[in-house]
Ligand binder design. Structure first.
Ligand code: SAH
Length: 462
C-alpha cells in the first residue's frame, strides 16, 4: 500500500484551500459535503466561488497565501496555479504535521483524495495511489452503475437499528448473523423499491422473530419487465432481481439472451403463451407465483416489455395481494418505445402528432372491440400491440372511420433485436404487403404521419 485509506471527520473544523479557480471550487464542494468550515485564500475567485462567498458558505481571504493561514487548520489543499506556492504550502504544512494535498502532484501530498461513490452514509472510495486518476474514475463509474442509489437509505435504516440490535443480541456473532440474514432477505429490496415503511415494519418483525426463535420470512415475488428484447435495455433493478432470484418464471417474449442473465442456479419455469392457445392458463400462473412466494422463494416473474402494458401484470399481483405475498413491480421499456426508437419513428412530433394511443389489435372471433372513432383522429399516433393477425381488420376499420387510405403505417418485427425488420406502407396497401412478406411475430404496428419520418431517421443498423 502506498497510501493508508482512512475517512476523516472534518465536520465543523477549519480547512484551508489555497486557490480560487475551478479546481479549488470542486475540492471546496467536497469539503462542504463533509461539513467542514472552509477558508479559501486567493487573490481572485472564479464565479462559482464568488457565489459561494456571497451565500456565506465559505470564508474568503482575498490575497496570496501566507504562512499564518495554516494556523488552527486541520487540513490543507493547495490548488493554486503557481507551482512554487504549492510547494511552499506543502513544505510548511508538512513541518506542522498538517495533512496536505497538492492537486495533481502526488509527490507533494501527505494525503490524496479518492474517487467517491456517495451513498451517504455509505461511502465508497477508490484510489490508485495516484497512479491514474482516470482509472480510478472509470472504476467509480462502474461502481456507480452497480450500486443502487438507495443503499444510502439502507445504511440509514441499519444505523437506526444498531442500538436495538446490540440490546437484542449481546453476542457479537449473533448480531452479525442477524444482519447478514437481513441483508440477504426481502427487506433490502423493500428499501430499494422505496417501501421504507414496510421495510421498517419487517425489520421490527425480524427482531421479534429472532427473539422468539421463529424462522424469518424470505419469500417475495418480483414482477419484472424485461423490455422489448435488447438485453442492454434492462433496468439496473431488473438485472439485480434476476440475479438474486431462486426461481424465474418467464414467458415467450423473453429472449434467450435475457434469460441467460438470470442467476445460473435459479430454477426456470416456462409459462409461455401461444396466441389463442395459452400454454399455462393465467389463473394457474397467478396461483403458481403465490405458492412459490409462500414457500419462501424469491421469485422473478419475467415478462416481455412492461408488466403493466398488455402484460396482465395487474391480475398477477391481485392474487399476490389477496394472499398476502410480498411483491414489487419493476417497470420496463415497452415495445412501443423500443420499436419507435429503434425504427426511427418518434411517436409524437411537433408537426405530425400531438398524442399517442396504445391499443390491442388482438382478434377475438374475427373482430376487435375498439373505439375506432376515437382511434381514427387526425394528428394522433396509434400503436397496436398483438395486431399482426388482425392487420386487415385494423386497416379496414380505420379507413371506414375516416382515416385517408394513404395514411402511413409501419410494421416493426422483433424490435430492438438483431432480427428487427421494418415494413412501411399505407392503410390501403399494408394488408397485401403483409401477405407477400414473411414477417414474424412479435410485431408492433404504428399508424400515423410520424411513420413518414422513418426514411429520414432510420439510424439502427444491425
Ligand atoms: N408487456 C409487453 C406487451 C405484451 S403484448 C410490452 O410492454 O411491450 C405482446 C405484444 O407486444 C406482441 O404481440 C407485440 O405486438 C408486442 N411486442 C413485444 N415485444 C416486441 C418486439 N420486440 N417487437 C415488436 N413487438 C413487440
Amino acid at each position: 500500500m502506498d497510501f493508508f485509506p482512512v475517512f476523516l471527520n472534518i465536520r465543523d473544523r477549519p480547512c484551508l484551500v489555497a486557490g480560487g479557480g475551478g479546481v479549488a471550487g470542486r475540492k471546496i464542494n467536497l469539503l462542504l459535503d463533509a461539513g467542514a468550515n472552509v477558508y479559501c485564500v486567493a487573490p481572485e475567485l472564479c464565479d462559482n466561488l464568488k457565489a459561494m462567498v456571497d451565500e456565506g458558505n465559505i470564508e474568503y481571504i482575498k490575497r496570496d497565501f501566507v504562512q499564518d493561514d495554516l494556523a488552527g487548520k486541520v487540513l490543507v489543499i493547495a490548488a493554486t496555479n503557481n507551482q512554487a506556492v504549492n510547494e511552499k504550502i506543502s513544505k510548511l504544512a508538512n513541518e506542522k504535521g498538517l495533512p496536505v494535498n497538492v492537486v495533481d502532484n502526488p509527490d507533494l501530498c501527505s494525503f490524496i483524495m479518492p474517487s467517491i461513490v456517495d451513498r451517504s452514509p455509505v461511502q465508497i472510495a477508490v484510489s490508485t495511489g495516484g497512479s491514474s486518476p482516470v482509472l480510478a474514475r472509470a472504476l467509480r463509474t462502474r461502481l456507480e452503475s452497480m450500486i443502487p442509489s438507495a443503499y444510502g437509505r439502507l445504511g440509514t435504516l441499519m444505523r437506526e437499528y444498531r442500538e436495538k440490535a446490540k440490546q437484542v443480541f449481546s453476542n457479537a456473532d449473533e448480531r452479525r448473523i442477524f444482519w447478514e440474514t437481513i441483508l440477504a432477505g426481502p427487506i433490502v429490496e423493500m428499501v430499494m423499491a422505496g417501501q421504507d415503511d414496510k421495510a421498517r415494519k419487517s425489520l421490527e418483525q425480524a427482531f421479534e422473530d429472532a427473539q422468539q426463535g421463529n424462522e424469518p420470512e424470505t419469500g417475495e415475488v418480483y414482477l419484472v419487465g424485461a423490455g422489448p428484447g435488447d438485453p442492454d435495455l434492462l433496468t439496473f433493478r431488473a438485472l439485480r432481481l434476476m440475479q438474486q432470484a431462486d426461481v424465474v418464471v418467464y414467458d415467450r417474449l423473453v429472449s434467450k439472451e435475457i434469460l441467460d442473465m438470470a442467476r445460473r442456479d435459479a430454477d426456470r419455469i416456462y409459462v409461455g403463451k401461444e396466441r389463442s392457445n395459452h400454454a399455462v392458463p393465467q389463473e394457474d400462473i397467478n396461483h403458481l407465483l403465490a405458492r412459490l412466494g409462500k414457500e419462501g422463494k424469491r421469485v422473478c416473474r419475467l415478462k416481455g416489455g412492461d408488466p403493466f402494458i398488455f402484460g396482465r401484470g395487474g391480475e398477477e399481483i391481485d392474487t399476490l395481494m389477496q394472499q398476502g405475498v410480498p411483491f414489487q413491480v419493476v417497470p420496463a421499456i415497452t415495445a412501443a418505445s423500443g420499436a419507435s426508437s429503434y425504427a426511427g419513428i418518434p411517436l409524437t412530433h411537433r408537426e405530425y402528432s400531438q398524442s399517442v394511443v396504445f391499443a390491442t389489435g388482438h382478434l377475438k372471433d374475427g373482430s376487435m372491440n375498439l373505439n375506432w372513432k376515437g382511434l381514427a383522429q387526425p394528428n394522433q399516433t396509434i400503436v397496436f400491440y398483438m395486431g399482426l393477425q388482425g392487420i386487415a381488420v385494423i386497416c379496414r376499420e380505420l379507413i371506414a372511420h375516416g382515416m385517408p387510405d394513404s395514411t402511413p403505417i409501419a410494421l416493426v418485427q422483433k424490435a430492438t433485436t438483431p432480427q428487427q425488420k421494418v415494413v412501411t406502407a399505407t392503410l390501403g396497401t399494408m394488408p397485401d404487403e403483409v401477405e407477400k412478406s414473411d414477417i414474424k411475430p412479435p410485431t408492433l404496428i404504428i399508424v400515423g404521419n410520424v411513420v413518414k419520418l422513418h426514411e429520414r431517421l432510420n439510424w439502427y443498423q444491425r
